[in-house]
Design a protein around this ligand. Structure first.
Ligand code: GRF
Length: 208
């Protein structure tokens, strides 16, 4: 790896990450790999999922990452669900939160608890194709390039400051499956970089 990259990803002590996932968990897995390869000097302190049957749980078990299932259906309100999540991350001393396929809209409660410290990954070049079905939206629109964005989370969906973007060309023969796979591959590379950038900013602002 080039020397300027090495310093970007160095954290001493290691950056403490909290992950939120709802789905397959491939971005979560990519982050775990990045920390184990020492590509990113971080540790995953806690994974929280809202869906007990999601793939991310199985990955956490096989990778030996601590996880908690905090099912939104067991809470009377969105804010009580979020408060439980905040409590769990605070207990684990998490510095940066990563929404790695978190399929819930977050409110100001969570955002204000971790200002400029929540990172999201989205499968488009924002501000194009916000919201769900970003790949489908891109295919339907006829654009020739899409990709992925890693950004900080603010109170508008898929709208916070962008940390990393990677472009993926859309070929004539691409369909939902082939394009998703190509975008996903780039997500796995860009998410650890975005997390490192957010972590550096946070450490520099708080510990000089
Ligand atoms: C990714 O495409 C991400 O951009 C979106 O949800 C998907 C999660 O995939 N927010 P995975 O669960 O990490 O495999």
């Amino acid at each position: 790896m080039a020397p300027h990259h090495e310093s970007l990803f160095k954290f001493s002590p290691k950056l403490r990450l909290g992950i939120l996932a709802s789905g397959v968990g491939s971005n979560f897995e990519a982050l775990v790999k990045a920390t184990r390869d020492s590509f990113l000097q971080a540790e995953i302190s806690l994974l929280i999922v809202n869906n007990p049957n999601c793939g991310a749980v199985n990955k956490a078990i096989s990778l030996g990452i601590p996880y908690q299932i905090i099912d939104h259906r067991s809470f009377p309100s969105r804010s009580e669900h979020e408060q439980q999540i905040i409590n769990a991350f605070q207990k684990s001393d998490v510095e940066i939160l990563v929404m790695a396929g978190w399929m819930r809209i977050v409110t100001s409660l969570l955002i204000k608890s971790y200002p400029d410290r929540i990172v999201n990954i989205h499968p488009s070049i924002l501000p194009s194709f916000r919201g769900t079905n970003a790949i489908k939206q891109a295919l339907k629109s006829g654009v020739k390039i899409t990709g992925c964005s890693v950004h900080l989370v603010n109170e508008e969906v898929d709208s916070g400051p962008i940390l990393v973007q990677v472009a993926v060309p859309i070929l004539k023969e691409d369909n939902q499956e082939s394009l998703s796979a190509k975008v996903r591959k780039q997500e796995h590379k860009s998410l650890p970089i975005g997390v490192a950038i957010a972590g550096k900013r946070w450490r520099e602002a708080n510990y000089g």
